[in-house]
Design a binder for this molecule. Structure first.
Ligand SMILES: Cc1cc2nc3c(=O)[nH]c(=O)nc-3n(C[C@H](O)[C@H](O)[C@H](O)COP(=O)(O)OP(=O)(O)OC[C@H]3O[C@@H](n4cnc5c(N)ncnc54)[C@H](O)[C@@H]3O)c2cc1C
Length: 398
């Protein structure tokens, strides 16, 4: 009787988690299933690049997980029953129910229209591949001089606006930010950002809360109407509604509330990682949705699961931030160094070197996913018989 571990979602965190589990636990003792809707790994951090017409490397999961002991299920997760410990999926073979002893929930997030009127109907988004491809197709049809407005002055908005302006200097690109441009950055970071944005000819609307989106303009709280043949909405991410529909304890926005080992505070046989989890970080601040903090949550969850199943020591590695890596087109970048709780310090790396650094970070993350078990010491530990037999009851008491 093997302990059944199901990982939902094969984005950055789920794929890392499945690979690491395979490396940590003996194959005879566990059955690891990774469920994902799509057959290949999507580099979400490059969706702005995909949107402007760049082609991304194809990374099929079948190759990545071959020989690792992880069984890949291509199916859409439609529901989770945490009391019966089952997951409902719909795939090519129809609907099915999978039973688990331990669940790792890593379904990530999508875009967040924030209920702003007209956004769902008229705006484009780049939170995932379908949205990025839709925008790509639309941008390709725009004529010189047409206006693109990127809504959101956060990291994704900055990356999107600069990428579009660099690729299509013939377009009239604007950025609408609720606050000041890069106002959370150090003075060096802010100055560099202004320089690059100016050089790319991007018009910046600061302190411009967008209150409505129409087919040809966006409206702001202070009464402006900014012309927009295309509006790109980047103002925040929202988690998928699946967790909220379960008996799991979730936040108002639907993130699963977990403890320091990424275990659900309400259901001990469920772990949540990445964007889907509400994790308190340094300074008692929730971790923001990012790969930077999401990948360590996957490591933490896996090491905790392995420890609980094998009787090992629970991990206790605080998750902290080191820097924010922002691409500003392909030739420019900004690496803003930060405190453990993500506040900017004075030091920042700028220019081409920063662009190369950011590129290496993206490549490194994708390589880590593509080689899920590489580099980890092969310490496949035995799951003790009693723990397998008792299933989650053991997890609950550990
Ligand atoms: C344009 C852009 C740029 C970004 N840049 C950065 C950056 O520079 N640095 C950084 O740290 N973060 C960045 N982020 C954020 C980062 O991409 C996310 O925080 C990260 O991808 C979260 O990882 P995850 O594993 O939790 O979720 P995801 O990567 O979203 O993975 C979720 C997986 O679950 C699958 N899935 C979802 N629903 C279902 C379902 N119902 N059934 C089956 N499968 C499903 C998806 O197909 C996907 O494979 C960026 C995001 C965007 C959109």
């Amino acid at each position: 009787m093997r302990h059944r571990i199901i990982v939902l979602g094969a984005g950055y965190t789920g794929a890392f988690a499945a690979g690491r589990l395979a490396r940590r636990l003996r194959r005879e003792d566990v059955a690891i299933t990774l469920v994902n809707a799509e057959p290949d790994f999507v580099e979400r951090v490059r969706m702005h690049q995909l949107a402007v017409g760049q082609d991304l490397k194809s990374r099929p999961f079948s190759g990545m997980f071959a020989g690792t002991g992880v069984e890949l299920r291509l199916a859409k997760v439609t529901g989770v029953d945490v009391d019966r410990k089952t997951v409902a999926v719909a795939g090519a073979d129809g609907a099915e129910e999978l039973g688990y002893d331990t669940l790792v929930y890593a379904l990530g997030s999508g875009w967040n229209a924030q209920g702003v009127p007209g956004t769902a109907e008229h705006a484009f988004e780049i939170a995932g591949r379908p949205g990025a491809l839709r925008l790509r197709e639309r941008l390709a049809r725009l004529d010189a001089g047409q206006a693109v407005v990127v809504v959101g002055g956060g990291l994704t908005g900055l990356e999107a606006a600069t990428e579009i302006a660099e690729t299509r200097p013939d377009l009239d690109v604007a950025l609408a930010a609720r606050g000041g441009l890069g106002d959370w950055l150090s003075s060096k970071g802010r100055e560099h950002l202004r320089k690059v944005v100016g050089r790319l000819g991007i018009t910046v609307y600061e302190h411009a809360a967008v209150t409505g989106v129409e087919a040809d303009r966006v409206a702001t709280a202070d009464g402006r109407a900014i012309p927009a043949a295309v509006t790109v909405w980047t103002a925040g991410f929202a988690v998928h509604p699946i967790a909220k529909a379960t008996a799991l304890e979730v936040t108002g926005t639907g993130q699963i509330v977990v403890d320091g080992t990424m275990r659900s505070v309400s259901h001990p046989d469920v772990y949540a990682v990445g964007d889907a989890a509400m994790v308190m970080g340094p300074g008692d601040k929730p971790l923001r949705m990012s790969c930077a903090s999401g990948v360590p949550t996957a490591w933490q969850a896996v090491d905790a699961i392995a420890a609980r199943l094998t009787g090992g020591k629970l991990p206790n590695v605080p998750i902290r931030y080191f820097n924010q890596c922002v691409s500003l087109g392909r030739k420019e970048g900004l690496i803003q160094y930060v405190t453990a709780d993500d506040r900017a310090v004075r030091a920042a790396l700028t220019g081409r070197l920063a662009a190369v650094y950011k590129e290496l970070v993206c490549k490194g993350a994708a390589w880590g996913v593509a080689n899920p078990t590489f580099g980890l010491p092969t310490r496949r530990r035995r799951v003790t018989r009693e723990r397998v037999a008792a299933g989650s009851a053991v997890a609950a008491s550990a």
